[in-house]
Design a protein around this ligand. Structure first.
Ligand code: F0G
Length: 446
């Protein structure tokens, strides 16, 4: 049940069907090229798109814009210590800024980094240091219908195989991404986190948690891991993060802000090194690419993220969306993850081969049908990979009401009804860097 009421509203409008068709054509059938004003319900990402609370807006007025020694930064340090249990904070403009700071500090050319699944920017920052990113998900992570409470877990068996091959000295860091965004937002158990800690001790590696969605993960733990059935989300979050040497954080997710991030740790030497790199790339060590008001809002947001009423409402809304869509027979990744519902476009549109981008075809039809924007994560976004054909519907935090969610369900159900009539696409114009083509390439229906 929602525990909010609105104090400020923003108009949205659903363009007429012919306008939506024209918008798609003008956008080259790439939803990144749409004007956001032409989108009715925007499920492109849960990153930086959520609604701030009145307390956060009030805090913004108090933002201290001092270049050095900002009191807002002290409040952020206190929030990180209280909520996440880390003593030291290096601020950054967003998650990938924090990744650059931390991975540039601890990685060297030729290193190997293990992760349950590297998110795209993480993989890119590991590669940018000349290191190799190796995923170690549990096998059920890629199985759409497999049962499992913690399909986001890290496979220590797989990691041991990699270490046997490359040697422990080659692996200076192990990352645990909670929840596992690239595995349908599936959670990671505390038991698994402890195993990863032991494994890191065994091979003498730094244990990093990518904590973007740490509060959502903690909520799942309270629901699914018997040891924590009576624990609060705040207690679980502290417990889970206590095993890590460092955390990278995108405040745009469970920081409940529109921009911001940081690296956090308890080791003074690591902190000092990261701080220097932070100054070089992000800004002085008490603002790191954020304004004082952004920092102030994140300090409040981190505390709100672990409030029971908020987090239950948040994760249950995503589950409601996924389960209602699945009731229509639509192939939905099970169980539903913390921040998004993932549709299996390969099974939804089996008559469209990978070369004709079934995921993109589905995302386009969902916009055409109901003005709903989601994102393709299949052969269009990841060319030359054997990833499944996914469409992600990520739900912004505290933004949409039940009516919006029901509109999305009706929209997907209507597309499902006419799925046999949907055709594939070809790329007609793409930028030189294929890895990021999905942000700007243009397509045409076949
Ligand atoms: N790590 C994970 C697990 C993420 O999901 C993201 C961003 C980042 C790092 C980078 O953070 O965007 O603040 O620089 N994910 C967004 C998404 C973009 O849509 O899933 P950032």
């Amino acid at each position: 049940m929602t525990t909010y009421k609105s104090k400020m509203v923003e108009r949205i409008h659903l363009p007429a069907r012919e306008e939506r068709a024209a918008n798609l054509e003008a956008a080259g059938y790439n939803l990144f090229n749409l004007d956001a004003d032409d989108v009715f319900v925007d499920l492109l990402t849960d990153s930086g798109t959520g609604t701030m609370s009145d307390e956060q807006w009030a805090a913004m007025i108090r933002g201290d814009e001092a270049y050095a020694g900002s009191s807002s930064f002290r409040k952020l340090e206190d929030a990180v210590a209280d909520v996440m249990g880390f003593d030291y904070v290096v601020p950054a403009h967003q998650g990938r800024g924090a990744e650059n700071v931390l991975y540039g500090t601890i990685l060297e050319e030729g290193d190997v980094v293990l992760n349950n699944t590297h998110f795209d920017t993480t993989r890119a920052h590991v590669a940018n240091q000349g290191a190799e990113a190796v995923d170690c998900p549990v096998p059920e992570a890629s199985e759409f219908d497999a049962e499992g409470d913690f399909k986001g877990n890290f496979s220590v068996d797989e990691a041991r195989r990699v270490v046997d091959e490359v040697g422990a000295d080659a692996v200076p860091a192990v990352i645990l991404t909670i929840t596992n965004n690239s595995a349908a937002g599936q959670p990671v158990s505390v038991a698994n986190t402890r195993e990863v800690r032991e494994f890191c001790d065994e091979i003498d590696a730094t244990f990093v948690v990518d904590a973007c969605r740490f509060a959502e993960n903690a909520y799942f733990v309270t629901q699914r891991e018997p040891e924590f059935a009576d624990a609060s989300v705040a207690e679980v979050a502290r417990e889970q993060l206590s095993y890590a040497d460092a955390a990278v954080m995108s405040g745009k997710k469970d920081g409940l802000v529109n921009i911001g991030g940081f690296v956090a740790c308890n080791d003074e030497t690591l902190f000092e090194h990261a701080k220097q790199r932070g100054i070089l790339y992000e800004g002085f060590s008490t603002y790191g690419g954020m304004s004082g008001r952004d920092i102030e809002a994140m300090a409040v947001g981190l505390r709100e993220a672990v409030e029971e009423a908020y987090i239950a409402d948040r994760v249950e809304q995503v589950r409601f969306l996924g389960e209602r869509i699945a009731e229509h027979g639509v192939p939905v990744f099970q169980p539903v993850g913390g921040h998004a519902v993932y549709l299996d476009a390969g099974a939804f549109l089996p008559h469209i081969p990978a070369e004709e981008f079934p995921g993109q075809a589905l995302a386009v039809e969902i916009y055409r049908e109901g003005g709903v924007r989601c994102v393709e994560l299949g052969s269009f976004a990841f060319p030359d990979s054997d990833r499944p054909e996914l469409v992600r519907m990520a739900v912004p935090r505290r933004m949409y009401h039940k009516e919006h969610i029901e509109h999305v369900v009706d929209t997907v159900a209507a597309v499902w009804e006419r799925r046999d009539e949907i055709g594939g696409y070809e790329v007609v114009d793409e930028p030189p860097m294929k890895e990021i083509r999905h942000f700007s390439a243009e397509l045409a229906p076949l």
